[in-house]
Design a protein around this ligand. Sequence first.
Ligand code: GLN
Length: 453
Amino acid sequence: AQAHLDAIEKARALNAYIVATPDRALKMAEVSDEKIAKGEARPLEGLPLGIKDLFATQGVHTTAGSKILEGFEPHYESNVSTQLWRDGAVMLGKLNLDEFAMGSSNETSAYGKTISPWRRNGSDAAIVPGGSSGGSAAAVAAHLCLGATATDTGGSIRQPAAFTGTVGIKPTYGRCSRWGIIAYASSLDQAGPIARTVQDCAILLGSMAGHDPRDTTSVDRAVPDFEAAVTRGVKGLTIGIPKEYRVEGMPEEILRLWDQGAEWLKAAGATIKEISLPHTQYALPAYYIVAPAEASSNLARYDGVRYGLRVPGKDIAGMYENTRAAGFGREVKRRIMIGTYVLSAGYYDAYYVRAQKIRTLIKRDFERAYADGVDAILTPATPSAAFGLGEMASADPVQMYLNDVFTVTVNMAGLPGIAVPAGLDSQGLPLGLQLIGRPFDEETLFAAAQVVE
Ligand code: GLN
């Protein structure tokens, strides 16, 4: 824990942590030392972890990367982090993220941008770690923690993992409790780990997962031994390659890597099968209706009364307006406006209901593939390698949204997905592949990801 705290101090320039919690870390590490000395070590005893600052941590500043939560110290602890501490893990601090988990580059945080430890060959130019769990991915990649919690609404675990050469899994919707995680889009949000190896991810997910009566969408199902699944191999499995993921303009090297991944799985005994997921092209536009719609509703609670920032006004409505105007950043305001618009009378059927119908069709595409005998689906994790800081922050936000084209389908269908590093591009930046599984079959993903890794 001390070594990691020192490393965090030295790597301040990356801005991966919003706040480090050295006192808490050392106190928890002391308990771990005692447990180990007594021969009572728990499963994660003494392992130093970072927590995405979207998880409520009792008595520790919790910001969601937003100014509107300035000064908020929850009096409760998220279910996922509670389980990690129960198993002996040590908390190093809170990790940076895009404001309210909205973004794909970690450039929208009110606490400054996080920078990736990676650089292009022969260049000093800063690279983004991806988002929204950019702090988690950068911290894991830079060895500022052993593993980290993250959340994924439309790719926020898998895309930053792919951008930083780390492993990240978004489990099946309902596998982890969302209790105590600040909500972005409740029907899509899931927690999961980012770590440096498939095995580390399996160990961490084993601790994070499980039924919680406080989240009615968390599923009452036994948590399998994920670690045991890692070495299971892929012999006899059928891996689907969806032709619709060959999007135009994708770099040749990503296509090559994708073929390479399929070759590795084949060499390990899997059968490769081309499949079709015909509604893929509608996933991104539908996601960018459903997610903002839910966000606009979830974010209504930040009114200056209950949490964090309060900016006075001439009456209570004025206080609400001033607080929200000062507290939310540009991207969050854009999402609230889009969400409110698509939910409003007269537009609801044209946008929101249509997007929900598309969501059903996307889910059916996957169900059909799995019914046809496919065990897991292999795709690139992202359509490009990590981009430079500021390169995408153009006037057109859609450019940034396009990054999520391979990840949002998985959230729309509630399926598990893992991103695993598979190689470097010609500029020396990591590229990741994604494996998508059947509902509650994270085990197959760990087994297949281990072959690719
Ligand atoms: N980039 C996507 C968005 O901004 C996904 C974010 C996420 O998964 N939290 O909505």
